[in-house]
Structure formats: structure tokens, C-alpha cells
Design a protein around this ligand. Sequence first.
Ligand SMILES: *Cc1c(COP(=O)(O)O)cnc(C)c1O
Length: 406
Amino acid sequence: MARLFDNRFAGPRTRAIHAGERPDPATGASSPNIVMSSTYVTDKPEGFSAYEMTEDSPFVYSRWANPTVRQLEEKVAALEGAEAAAAYGSGMGAAAAILFRELSAGDHLILSDVSYAGIAEFARDTLPRMGVEVSAVNLTRHDDIAAAMRPNTRLIFADTPCNPLMRLTDLEAVAKIAHDGGAKLAVDSTFASPVATNPLALGVDYVMHSLTKYIGGHGDAVGGVVCGGRDLIRGLVSEATVHYGGVLSPFNAWLISRGAATLPIRMRAHQETAMAVAEALEAHPAVERVLYPGLASHPQAELARRQMKNFSGMMTFRLKGGRAAGDTAAERMAKGLSIIHYAVSLGHHRTLVCWIPSDDMIQNSFRLTGQNAADYRDWAGDGVFRLSIGLEDADDLIRDLESVLG
Ligand SMILES: *Cc1c(COP(=O)(O)O)cnc(C)c1O
């Protein structure tokens, strides 16, 4: 019977398939079983405190640890090059776990001024109620980050590429600023996936992903994960997993593991197709600007090449004619696209598109003023279409988009 796979010397495709897995010792099943059991029979009495749990503890109760969820955690940790990972019921659950674990009343958080809307709203509305001070900073402006650092700054929370601008954060540079000031750096790496960027190698302390997106890859399971050093993840598990309780279901872990097995080859196809679509859009007369890290026209193309091994399938584009043109095209897309789904979310095998008007984001989610609002408009104009390129044929996607762009 094959042993538990040792991924230390394996490439990313092999890790994606084998890490965390072994044939079932009872049946020889090659494909992993789903363990749905909530409780476990132990051969001696076990403790009831999360603080007594170690990596070698037997399975006791599925909120603490579950074999199918653990298998996914080991797979994602192997893909990220992390010592450990902890899975949650959603990407937001993973973000909340990091933020609540790291921040206490009187602490200060620096957050990217543009980020996933749920995280932006959570940090702006919930954390201050718990006594946490929050500053929103454009993380491409390193002088602004340094100026925002305070003696009580505990955490910088970044995302790269950031939603929805496709603006990149230089993780190595921001990790240095954080560490020089005695803070940690967490990054939401959902848009990049572990195939494009391994932030831990650049000095980042926590990496989170919405598993719902590229890692699951098929739009049929919601989940989240945090990767990091063994001690940080152990602390996260004993507090956030066991006590906040937002754990991933074994069934979703199983679906996401199956998706994760093909992540490296999917990312390669996402990138190849996205490049073709980005070039076609850039040449289209109705299009004002395309933001895709793989294009030479991306304002941070050099950083993209340095920090991303794959440019992923995420891009935004805006149309000539401002808000009115965007609103009209969004209506046409929702009614007239034949392959592409007009829908939120991303990273699936199906191509998805949605319209993101700048006024709504600037006022409601990000509440940007002054320079930050001007920076947002500089990238997004009156609004962007966010495209998550799937795994269909590029020519079919281009034809579908051309049919609604006029
Ligand atoms: C979707 C997403 C999240 C939230 O993940 P859920 O699984 O929907 O909770 C966080 N960050 C980014 C960048 C996302 O795209």
C-alpha cells in the first residue's frame, strides 16, 4: 500500500494531485473516501480543551479536525509551500479568523484601501466596534504605509491582484515595512492562486484564499483557507477553528480537493485564454482600457513578471463613454451573452463577467476620499467589467463579447 505522499521533492502538478492523500488503508480505495463522521472513537480518554490539541492528537470531534478537511489543508499547504493550513467555511470565514485572532481592542490595522468588498466592509464597520483602529491605505504608495504605521499597528492586510482594480501589491516591500514596524502581513491571494504567487516565500505571515474561487475551480463549493507557519496556524486552529467554529464541511472539502488536483493545469489554461481575450479587447474600438497583469500595458507589468509565475484569468476592462456606456453594455451582457455568465464570483471553469460601477464601490464599500478616490478613478474610470476567464475556447469567448460590445 502506498505511503502518505511526501511532497518535499515533487513539482506543483504532482503535489496538487497527491499531497495529503493516500490510498484508504481499509479498502485500498485510490480516490479518497469522504469522512462525514462528527465524532470519533478513541482508544483512551481525550481532553476537552482546544489548547491540549496537537498535530498528533487523534481525531476527536469534527469541529476540531476532520480527516477529509485535513487532507485538503495538507494539499493547499503543499501548493503554497506552507508549513500548515487551516480551512474555514468560506473565504470570509478565513479572513475573519485572521483578523479576530490577530487584533484586540487598542490595536491598529492597516488595510488596502481597495480590497474584496466583504473584507473592506468587515474591517470598516465591525472591527472599530471591537475597539480596533483601522486605516485604509493605497498599498502601492509605500511612503503612505510607512506614514500610517503606529506603535500599536499589529497587522497589514493586503490583496494582490486587488479586487476589482487588478492593482498589485509588492509583497516583499510591504512585508519589510510591516516587520520593521513590528507588525505582521496578511495577504488575500485569491486572485493569484498558489500557482501564480507563493507569498510566504516573499516574507508574508498569513496567506488566505477563498477556496470557492480558483482552488475549488468549479463553482460548486464555498470554502476558505489560511496558510502560514506551524505556530501561527496552530494558534489560529485552537482559537478560530475550535472557538469561532466556522469550519468547512467534509463534503465541500472533498469537492474542493478534487478541484485542487487540476489547479496547475487549469491555471495554465486560464492564463493562455485570458491573454488572447485581453489582447482582443485591447484592440476593440469600444474598449478604453484593459487591466491584465500579463499585458505590457499594465502599469505594474514589471512587478507582475517578478511576483507572478502565472497571470491568472482575472482582468477588468472599461468602455469608452463612461458610466452610461457601462450601464448599457451591462444590460446587454445580462440579456445577450450566450456562453459567458453574467454573475459574480470568479476562478471557475465557466467564464463570468460583471459590471462594477466606480461610484458604488467608492461610496459604499471603500468609502474613499481625496487621493485614494482619485487613484481608484485613475484605474477604473466610471466603472469596470470584471472578467473571470474560464476554460472555454478563446475564440468562442471573444465572439460572445464582441456580440454585446457592438
Ligand atoms: C470571494 C472572495 C473572498 C470571499 O470568499 P468567500 O468564499 O465568498 O467567502 C475574499 N477575497 C477575495 C479576493 C474573493 O474573491
